[in-house]
Design a protein around this ligand. Sequence first.
Ligand SMILES: [Zn+2]
Length: 414
Amino acid sequence: MTIRNLILIAILFALPGISMAQTYDIILKGGHVIDPKNKIDAVMDLAIKDKKIAMVAKTIDEKEGKRVIDVKGLYVTPGILDIHVHVYYGNNMDQGLMDGPSSVQADAFSFRAGVTTMVDVGSSGYRSFPKFKETGIDGSQTRVLAFLNIAGEGMRGGPFEQTTKDMSARRAAEVAKKYPDQIVGIKLAHYSGHEWGPVDSAVAAGKLANLPVMVDFGGATPPLSLEELLLKKFKPGDIFTHAYAYFPDSRESVIDENGKVKPFIFEAQKKGIKFDVGHGGGSFRWKVAVPSIQQGFIADAISTDLHTGSMNGGMKDMANTMSKFLALGLSIQQVINRSTWQPALIINRPELGNLSAGTEADVAIFSILKGDFGFIDIGTDKLKGTQKMVAELTIRAGKIVWDLNGLAATEFKK
Ligand SMILES: [Zn+2]
């Protein structure tokens, strides 16, 4: 350090009003913190320093913050994890969700709904993953993780997802092991056929790579046995997505014809099989969700199945999907748990979905509007609700990436 620099520093310290004592980059003051991992559910302050959570405490002195944001009356939660999206966006018009126009850009939909981590489930396969990593993962501010499709091309549509010849457990496991920072599971989706081969390949890949497997049960006539999938094929930790879908002709539902949740569903959940909402454009029906929740069958992870076929329908976004579970009777604490800490555990990333000191500072701040709201499923049925979650402020790695009402801005003076 030169003498000149030393003198400059000395002057800075001496100047009135310029203090070097501020410890934290951001302090969120007076919000209702819900952090299920740490069993916090109270009005607390939260401090961020160097892109990490510094502390959550009853009171943190505002003088310690370079930036102090008043979040009274709002909920402060870990950054939301949406573990079912499709964000392998590209301009290959005939490739569907794989580097095609049916996927969406992660950053265009994440922060505005409080989401800081998205898990793309199966848009890419072992052959198409490297390009997805380059464009969809490394090119996003949102933390994007992936389940690798057992079909080599991923969700390229039609024959690409139906050919069992291109499903290789060995190759999928090899690619998954090569990219452990990004690949958190194996996916099977959209397969139509009355055979177990594709499920067996995905399960084998999951075992080889030591990763959970997520199955979208596709279609079969007559339907394949859901009990066999959950209790015989799956290992604890594997995930059944589209939990509240209803396709009576081609896919077995979790409820019977009288609306009763089948006993083996509870048995599977008790054994550690995980259930994911995966709302999507065709996979969430009130006629399944309402009786399921009433009888105590609650999915472990709330997720959107975001793509161009769901975003403008009943699903809309993650905040709206979470609001639907408030309308179904879950508490805000249950909803946050199933959108933060539980999904983090499902993808074996316990460093995510919580506000422990030292973790990367991903934070979501919500208001809950009270009023008369209507929530549509994937058909034409509407469930009325009185609460709607709105993402007010989203912080990703200590940076404010979404601020709906200028909570962190200074007031303009004429
Ligand atoms: Zn999907």
